[in-house]
Design a protein. Structure first.
Length: 248
């Protein structure tokens, strides 16, 4: 769960297409599109443990959704594949906003998906996790061979809870600075859309300090773009990090 703090490079993964449907289950996923757990030896999670610290701004990335109960029954990945292909390895990280629960596991996508696949959560903490709603859970997924290495990988937004009609990215950012900016840029550096960042109601959480929302313009749907997150300190000096994200 430790990341490098340097900017992330852009990689295009052309076989990905994103959408906002699907369903799943907590202990055993419903029939349909489901990712295969590829962790060895088993499901990696911790409850009431230490908050995982990393050197990047981004703590979670999802599409805007509607709040739902029993949210761990309904985690999906914004991934469509037209046909079976070489298995795509995906690291999916899930963390609660209070930092008490986190999971980091490898999944395999080796078949065609016509709806976003369910991310099965084979947890031992069903009772505890049922107390969390969609607003209290962060999800961060990367196309990677190892959950310990996110540098230069493409991020795939998650889908938490019920579908929303809005095609809007929600980025959870964890920084100490008060001024946070976010935007989408094309791979040639052009501005695609500016985002709006705010502090969450009630103040910062253990796992994030700001929430940034960005509309996905029609011109970039189906493409890989850069999510650029910038922070400004008291001296006015700005620091940026870039994340390659495939949007739909």
């Amino acid at each position: 769960m430790r990341f490098t703090g340097k900017c992330l490079a852009v990689h295009v993964f052309s076989a990905l297409f994103l959408a906002m449907n699907g369903g799943g289950g907590l202990q055993a996923a419903e029939q349909g599109s489901v990712l295969e757990l590829a962790n060895a030896p088993g499901f990696t999670e911790r409850y009431a443990g230490n908050t995982q610290v990393n050197g990047q701004f981004l703590s979670g990335l999802v599409y805007a959704g509607k709040a739902s109960s029993r949210v761990f029954n309904d985690l999906k990945l914004g991934l469509l594949r037209n046909e079976a292909a070489t298995p795509a390895m995906i690291c999916v990280r899930v963390v609660t906003d209070d930092g008490r629960y986190w999971a980091a596991n490898m999944y395999r996508a080796s078949k065609a998906f016509d709806v976003p696949p369910t991310v099965p959560i084979s947890t031992r903490y069903t009772e505890q996790l049922d107390a969390y709603d969609a607003a209290s859970v962060l999800m961060l997924a990367t196309l990677a061979e190892d959950c310990n290495d996110a540098a230069g990988k493409v991020y795939v937004p998650g889908i938490i809870g019920a579908e929303s009609a809005e095609r809007k990215l929600v980025a959870y950012v964890n920084v100490s600075q008060s001024k946070v900016l976010a935007n989408l840029q094309t791979t040639d550096g052009g501005l695609a859309e500016r985002g709006t960042c705010r502090k969450p109601a009630g103040g910062a959480r253990v796992t994030y300090s700001h929430v940034c929302e960005i509309e996905v313009p029609d011109a970039v749907k189906g493409k890989t773009v850069n999510l650029v997150i910038g922070v400004k300190g008291l001296t006015g000096q700005a620091t940026e990090q870039r994340y390659a994200v495939h949007v739909e």
